[in-house]
Design a protein around this ligand. Structure first.
Ligand code: PBG
Length: 326
């Protein structure tokens, strides 16, 4: 035998020398849930290790993350049921939790980059990302754009660095880009949820925010899990509409989409390792069925190997500790 691939695997020095993919905290974004109140840390049952944090606790957690090298967080506010309405006006309330969380975190830790979602579901009494026409049940595209732009502006005014449109309405990236530019927010980034699938893996997230649709599902706006060409189409549109970063969501079941999107664009590509993916690993690890730490690093490395430049993951803090050995 002349050719022996195992020569390149015989010790850690040669393995690390020929390693093709690297994982660093520079590439990780930690999603965090925010709740009204003070000194509140409310655990999320289906996401062991994750909690809804009041703004003071959010700031503490962000400081820990920053010290571990996680320099971007994505905030998800838990909106009180009484504030949810059909027009989702709480989404652009400048006294609301979302605004205050962004503003107070930015003031306390200006070097931390803050990302915020643009979508109506946490604020809507219908639990949909867009406005619902109650006569037909239709999720209205163009009317929703106006609300999304108001929400994006509100977040920009609060000091957000990255806007993440997660609503999947047609034309929203361009609409939001124009609204931001017209108000002087030329440097606010847009990380578009480009290929966001109608997935069952968002279950724990919807539990955390109590944001599940009251009626129906999200299949008229989120993508069919059976499609991949469509992801490239969405990517081309988002590029033309001024997106800075394209995202694929969920992550692990869609590594092929990450790969294909990365091949088809010059923009950075992000992967969202979603709540259900987190819950599965935690459930198995708690039962002693898989090794928590090893599975985390293998999972995150697989995103990088598939072509993801950036990973949004609830494992961010644990991964940072594993990467730095602390
Ligand atoms: C809101 C939104 C969702 C997630 C991120 N932003 C839920 C949904 O679209 O139903 C899911 C994140 C996760 O599951 O971790 N549109």
């Amino acid at each position: 035998m002349l050719v022996r691939p195992r020569r390149n695997r015989q010790n850690e020095t040669i393995r690390s020398m020929v390693r093709e993919t690297t994982l660093s905290t520079d590439q990780l974004i930690a999603p965090l849930f925010v709740v009204e109140g003070k000194n509140k840390i409310i655990p999320i049952d289906s996401m062991p290790g994750q909690a809804r944090l009041s703004v003071d606790e959010l700031i503490q957690e962000a400081k820990v993350l920053y010290s571990l090298g996680i320099k971007t967080v994505a905030l998800f506010p838990v909106i009180e049921e009484k504030l949810k309405t059909p027009d989702a006006r709480e989404a652009y309330n400048k006294d609301g939790l979302n605004f205050r969380a962004i503003q107070e975190l930015k003031a306390a830790l200006p070097e931390m980059m803050i990302m915020a979602d643009v979508a109506l579901d946490p604020y809507s009494s219908d639990g949909h990302d867009g406005l619902v026409d109650h006569k037909t049940g239709e999720i209205q595209n163009d009317a929703t754009l106006e609300v999304l732009a108001k929400q994006a502006l509100c977040e920009a005014m609060a000091g957000v660095d990255i806007i993440g449109p997660s609503d999947m309405m047609d034309g929203r990236v361009g609409f939001i880009r124009r609204a931001l530019d017209e108000s002087g927010f030329k440097n606010t980034l847009i990380m578009s949820y480009t290929a966001k699938y109608a997935s069952a893996f968002y279950g724990p997230f919807r539990e955390a925010l109590d944001s599940a649709p009251k009626k129906g599902d999200k299949k008229t706006y989120q993508m069919d899990p059976a499609n991949s060409q469509e992801a490239l189409r969405e990517g081309a549109l988002d590029e033309d509409e001024g997106a800075d970063i394209l995202m694929v969501k969920p992550g692990l079941p869609y590594l092929d989409i990450i790969y294909r999107l990365k091949q088809s664009t010059y923009l950075p590509v992000a992967a969202y390792n979603v709540s259900g993916e987190y819950a599965m690993v935690k459930a198995a690890a708690r039962n002693g069925w898989v090794d928590n730490d090893k599975v985390i690093l293998e999972t995150l490395t697989s995103f990088r190997r598939a072509g993801a430049d950036i990973i949004l993951t609830y494992f961010a803090k644990e991964a940072a500790r594993l990467i730095h050995g602390v």
